[in-house]
Design a protein around this ligand. Structure first.
Ligand code: MG
Length: 235
């Protein structure tokens, strides 16, 4: 595959499931919920597993803790009383270290040597910054944009505010950007909304969802995306 058309003026990269496997973060958070449950007399391993199973079924759905407690077999009244503390344990979890996808650090470094590169990510800003820190990527970008800081959940991708802000911080027109990310409905869609091009990477939880909307290019991972933009041959 070769990159058709002009080189981009700058590159914007998603964080979760594009640079590192978000499951690594989610499973750590599930274990933290298990530990918090132990304080209330629950089996931490069994509760952690119940949370993990709910996350595997879909991490974007709400009510993960409620469903996990139901699956654990806790009576509804007891579960309801425990939910606030367990949700706090989940959202309060801060990983010390998160593994990058193999080759992702080198791919990012190669892209950064040729283009200004920003990170564009959705989520609780405290958690997203903690993830960046745990991946060792806090200083790896020209700019970091966390959409929730612009207007709360309403400005999460595919809302154009975040990519527009990234373009502004990178000193370029949004239409001259390439957005690299794992989720068609978010990363590809936000690029399309502003006339930017996009590269979908097939990594993480959403690797198998349909190409809707279609990206400019679809590649296996960030290594292949960097190779495409840097003209290093067929990924
Ligand atoms: Mg993502």
């Amino acid at each position: 595959m070769t990159w058709a058309g002009p080189a981009p003026a700058a590159v914007v990269i998603d964080l979760d499931d594009t640079l590192y496997p978000q499951a690594a973060y989610l499973y750590g958070a599930a274990r933290a919920v298990g530990r918090a449950g132990a304080a209330a007399g629950l089996d931490p391993v069994r509760l952690g597993r119940a949370v993990r199973r709910q996350l595997v079924a879909g991490s974007d759905r709400g009510g993960t803790i409620d469903r996990a407690l139901t699956a654990y077999g806790l009576p509804p009244a007891e579960a309801a009383a425990l939910v606030p503390a367990l949700v706090a344990a989940f959202t309060g979890y801060r990983p010390r270290r998160l593994p990058l996808f193999p080759g992702a650090a080198a791919a990012l470094a190669a892209l950064s040597a040729h283009y200004p590169v920003a990170c564009l990510t959705d989520g609780n800003p405290v958690i997203q910054r903690a993830k960046l820190c745990a991946t060792g990527l806090s200083e790896a970008f020209t700019a970091v944009v966390i959409t929730d800081e612009l207007g709360g959940r309403a400005t999460r991708k595919p809302h154009p505010a975040g990519l527009r802000e990234a373009a502004s911080l990178l000193g370029t027109d949004p239409g001259a950007l390439v957005m690299i990310g794992d989720r068609p409905g978010k990363d590809v869609a936000v690029a399309a909304a502003l006339g930017a091009r996009s590269i979908r990477v097939r990594t993480g939880e959403y690797a198998h969802v349909p190409d809707d909307p279609p990206a400019t290019a679809v590649v296996p991972d960030l290594i292949a995306a960097a190779a495409l933009l840097l003209g290093d041959g067929t990924p």
